[in-house]
Ligand binder design. Structure first.
Ligand code: HXC
Length: 520
């Protein structure tokens, strides 16, 4: 064997040893918990044979607490570049088999290199997190490593899409970095997010809690809203990442890819002419409207389990990627509360940052009143959505299906918030409030002076009809130019697509400023 061949053999051996991370026993433990290894995850995520690994032989430099006795190649994170559906992405996957995936100074440097490359070359960055956070043995060096990552998360925000998957118990920096990214996907029954795990919680506060209750996928997808998706298993989580990227551009100067479709642009749907119930208090399912108008009935919902009174997600319309925001009458009558406002505001801002047009479907009775909401700050939280829509410069097409009352009417992408094309169905009611509330305020004295119950009921009905005739329709708004047109529901798909085509070259107009001060 020549010297060159010997060196090549040595390289091959070094590579296969590096690929073992924390060793066979720990890989078996990982599998026994139903988890894949970092490399197995990347194999699933990336197009076959596309992965180019960086920094496989990097070692940590820590000498404290016996760390000088072990220097696993790669230091607990697999980094590199690959493709998803032929498009470049930068990736890192933490390896729990090496010191619980905890972040050393050198692991931090590896991740930062990936983030820097993604920014420099304008491609999404995907992090597969499986880490106990800052490596305790490295002290301030580990914290500094996270500081460097966070700063890059922040500077990359709105420039390249950042996607985080949580694939195991993640704590400290391993949850704060995902929180700074655009989308977080958790895996049910095997991934957890918390500041620190149950053992430390018990020692600090005395609270006894298990990982699932503290920060399981359902907790964060349904209660806190920290996670955008709760996947059934790791394969499902990776499928979600791949699907999500199909709607996104590579960076903020790029356009999202067109998706060819056989679904005719001009397709109409007679069922939409029947969908609004006669009784205004009866709900209908907004999903039926969404599935009807988008290409091929395909809709990728974000934050499905959180604030179900509003629906947000991606679809294609006429082949173009769009962000859909829709009130859901089936859940709390589609009312806007704190969580719904936060959820939609964040989505609107993502779409705006990445040039994805917004399609808004309105059926909203108003903001949710009451002490619970007031004490928790419905005013500043509702203002987030107002701010997000008002600031957004992407094409904004809005269709009001039924109720659009008061402040909630303004918030949901109305004309005065620079809505580009605003349509309404004939069933739309665009008013300060619904008839029941309005007549009570306007004619309260008159009602009080009527003592005969039958006459009072008659009077209330007459006043309500008067109010309904005047305000509970789309024509007052149409007469004043607050909407462009009243459209037949069956034509909603092609009216929106036509508008999107017309708005394709919209020029953003914003005042010269460093940045605004959204009510966070
Ligand atoms: C060093 C760590 C570690 C860490 C885990 N390990 N976390 N080593 N630093 N942060 C090691 C363990 O010692 C163990 O090594 C192996 O990883 C697996 O950990 P286990 O505890 O056995 O696993 P499990 O029971 O599944 O629990 C996982 C866990 C728990 C929930 C993540 O380890 C945990 O609570 N870790 C501490 C989490 C934490 O408080 N992080 C915050 C850091 S501060 P051996 O060799 O025994 O198998 C931080 C600040 C960032 O990140 C800034 C935020 C703004």
């Amino acid at each position: 064997m020549s010297i060159q061949q010997e060196k090549i053999k040595d390289l091959v051996e070094r590579r296969s040893s590096a690929r073992l991370g924390g060793g066979r026993k720990r890989i078996e433990d990982q599998h026994a918990k139903g988890k894949l290894t970092a490399r197995e995850r990347l194999t699933l995520l990336l197009d076959e044979g596309s992965f180019e690994e960086f920094d496989m032989f990097v070692h940590h430099h820590c000498t404290d607490f016996g760390m000088d006795k072990s220097h696993p190649d790669g230091d607990g994170v697999v980094c590199g570049r690959g493709t998803i559906d032929g498009r470049i992405v930068y990736v890192f996957a933490q390896d729990f088999t090496v010191n619980g995936g905890s972040l050393s100074k050198t692991m931090g440097a590896k991740i930062c290199k990936v983030q820097d490359m993604a920014m420099r070359y304008g491609a999404p960055v995907i992090g597969l997190n499986d880490s106990g956070g800052a490596r305790i043995q490295e002290g301030i060096d580990a914290l500094a490593g996270y500081g460097e990552i966070f700063e890059r998360n922040i500077l990359s925000s709105g420039v390249i899409p950042q996607i985080s998957a949580i694939m195991g118990p993640c704590a400290g920096g391993a949850v704060y970095s995902p929180a700074l990214t655009d989308f977080t996907i958790m895996v049910r029954d095997s991934s957890y997010m918390f500041l620190t795990g149950p053992a430390v919680v018990k020692s600090v506060t005395g609270e006894v809690v298990d990982q699932e209750t503290l920060g399981g996928a359902d907790v964060h997808a349904g209660k806190s809203g920290v996670a955008h998706f709760a996947a059934e298993d790791e394969k499902d989580a990776i499928g979600i990442i791949r699907a999500l990227l199909g709607f996104l551009p590579q960076n903020n100067r790029d356009r999202a890819p067109l998706k060819p479709t056989e679904d005719p642009f001009g397709r109409s749907d007679d069922a939409l002419n029947e969908i609004i119930p006669d009784n205004p208090n009866k709900p209908y399912d907004m999903y039926e409207v969404i599935f009807s108008i988008v290409d091929d009935g395909q809709f990728l919902e974000i934050h499905r389990e959180f604030a179900r009174n509003i629906i947000v997600g991606f679809a294609h319309m006429g082949g173009r990627s769009v962000g859909i925001v829709a009130n859901q009458p089936m859940s709390g009558a589609g009312v806007l509360d704190i969580n719904a406002s936060r959820k939609a505001a964040r989505f609107v801002r993502f779409c705006d940052a990445f040039g994805i047009p917004l399609v808004t479907l309105v059926d909203v009775p108003g903001f949710l009143p009451g002490t619970q909401q007031e004490y928790a700050g419905i005013i500043s939280n509702g203002a987030k959505l107002l701010y997000a829509y008002g600031e957004a410069t992407v094409p904004k097409v809005t269709v009001t299906l039924r109720k659009s009352y008061g402040g909630a009417h303004i918030v949901m992408s109305c004309k005065q918030l620079r809505g580009d094309i605003n349509y309404a169905w004939p069933s739309a009611n665009i008013a300060v409030m619904g008839a029941d509330g309005a007549v009570g305020i306007l004619f309260g004295k008159e009602f009080k002076s009527e003592t005969d119950p039958d006459k009072l009921a008659e009077l209330k009905e007459a006043r309500k009809k008067e109010y309904d005739d005047l305000f509970c329709n789309p024509y007052q708004a149409a007469q004043k130019g607050y909407i462009e047109d009243v459209i037949e529901p069956r034509n909603t798909r092609f009216r929106i697509i036509r508008a999107l085509i017309a708005l394709e070259n919209k020029r953003p107009e914003l005042p010269d400023r460093k940045h605004g001060n959204i009510p966070l």
